[in-house]
Design a protein around this ligand. Structure first.
Ligand SMILES: [Zn+2]
Ligand SMILES: [Zn+2]
Length: 450
């Protein structure tokens, strides 16, 4: 009805005025919306850009105007995730020739230099972590405790800059002097920890820490088996140690990575290439193993309770928790051994088989062949009581967990410095990825403004 519409409009107007008032008062308390600066339109900057099917190169771009809740950062450090190797080191025929340009990378740390008019959680001058995963706090997945699967990441990308007449995308791209992104990807951090170390918390480190510190109920005195000692697996080791696991067994084919795993908290290490046998068991019972798998057998032996008497605390067959941080090899390293299955599929089966009948399997890997399937015994899958927590974010909710990870880094309980192998300037971004592809170091960091 007309009269109610008029009245409603008045109410909304009054509410808007009240909101402005509240903002002003919040400002005085130090929790205010950020002050909008100019739109930054036309600002020139260099970035590592993928254009059509070619390998990316460092190119000059022009920023578009900041709108809505977009934020512009001066990037201090960005990590080189293994999952971008196809994009960086290969001519990718999956990219349509007509596609626009994209700033490479997902994850970094920077200083906020300008904010759009709707931004309210970061301010100019803040140091922020820009992550692969958004954390809007309002979508269905965020409201149901899976912020690492925030739906904001599914919103169609919008161009943030221009390369001549070509629109440039890449709201998570941090291989760039400037990053332009939505505030839902940003978490302010207040610490003296270096930006290179903090960049390890984006994607890889946040995933690994989350795998043992969020959804999987790793408790004091747990047995945890972790497949893979790259930056994700090593972070999972540190998370398991923080949570008080008494047995942390790392399965990793590269010797220097096994050594580092020990330094960071692993109690035991296993080379999977020493236990490669895996043969089908004909006529296996419904709820029994389908394979004689030497690695699973070895790991079960290592985590066997001290008694088999089920009324005396025995009867568990396998560790409490299994963490899978392996994935498919998209590059064949020249100087270091690969695992028994470079597709990364077998380890997904082994993880399921290995964890105890009421245990937890946490998976996060990527890079498997696009035609690959995991095959599980139907009766185990339908009737077992194993819990599976998948996801490349590892369950980390940035807005909740980043502060915890930073505090644990400050106290030395998490050692992010141990993950950073070398740092590179923007001009050498491709080289930073080549050394990751070869697995010569755990991780590299690009410092675009150094
Ligand atoms: Zn990543
Ligand atoms: Zn969300």
């Amino acid at each position: 009805m007309p009269s109610s519409r008029v009245s409603r409009r008045r109410v909304l107007k009054a509410a808007g005025a009240a909101a402005l008032g509240a903002g002003a008062s919040l400002s005085a308390q130090g929790g205010a919306p950020a002050i909008t600066t100019n739109t930054q339109a036309g600002r020139r900057f260099k970035a590592f850009v993928k254009y059509n099917q070619n390998r990316p190169t460092v190119i000059d771009l022009t920023a578009r105007a900041l709108t809505g809740n977009n934020v512009l950062l001066r990037v201090e450090a960005a990590q080189t995730c293994y999952s971008s190797i196809d994009q960086v080191l290969k001519n990718d025929d999956r990219v349509p020739e007509t596609a626009g340009a994209t700033i490479v990378g997902h994850g970094g740390v920077g200083i906020v230099e300008a904010v759009g008019p709707a931004v309210n959680s970061v301010r100019v001058g803040d140091r922020v972590v820009l992550n692969l995963h958004a954390s809007c706090g309002r979508c269905y997945n965020c409201l149901n405790m899976r912020s690492d699967k925030c739906r904001a990441g599914n919103v169609p990308d919008v161009a943030i800059a221009d390369l001549g007449n070509t629109p440039v995308f890449g709201r998570r791209g941090a291989m760039s002097e400037l990053a332009i992104t939505g505030e839902e990807y940003l978490t302010p951090v207040f610490t003296d920890v270096s930006s290179a170390e903090l960049s390890m918390l984006t994607c890889v480190g946040g995933c690994g820490l989350g795998m043992t510190m969020t959804n999987a109920p790793v408790e004091p005195a747990s047995d945890v088996v972790i497949f893979g000692a790259g930056p994700v697996g090593l972070s999972a080791v540190m998370g398991a140690r923080v949570k008080g696991a008494s047995r942390i067994i790392v399965v990793e084919p590269i010797p220097y990575r096994r050594d580092l795993a020990r330094k960071l908290g692993a109690t035991d290490v296993v080379d999977p290439n020493e236990y490669k046998g895996r043969t089908p068991i004909p006529n296996a019972p419904g709820n029994g193993d389908r394979f004689r798998d030497e690695l699973v057998t070895r790991l079960r032996e290592m985590t066997r309770p001290r008694t088999d008497r089920i009324w005396a605390g025995g009867g568990r067959n396998g560790p409490h928790h299994v963490i899978e941080a392996v994935g498919g090899d998209t590059w064949t390293p020249k100087r270091h051994p690969q695992g028994p299955d470079p597709t990364g599929v077998t380890v997904l089966n082994q993880g399921w088989e290995l964890c105890s009948s009421i245990g937890t399997l946490v998976t996060c890997s990527v890079g498997h062949p696009r035609t690959a399937f995991v095959s599980l015994p139907a009766s185990q899958w339908a009737d077992g009581a194993k819990h599976h927590w998948p996801g490349t974010g590892g369950g980390t909710n940035d807005r909740r967990d980043m502060e915890r990870y930073v505090r644990l880094t400050e106290t030395g309980q998490i050692n992010l410095k141990a993950l950073v192998g070398r740092t590179y300037p923007l001009a050498q971004t491709a080289a930073a990825w080549e050394i990751i592809a070869e697995r010569d170091v755990i991780a590299t960091v690009v410092t675009p403004n150094s």
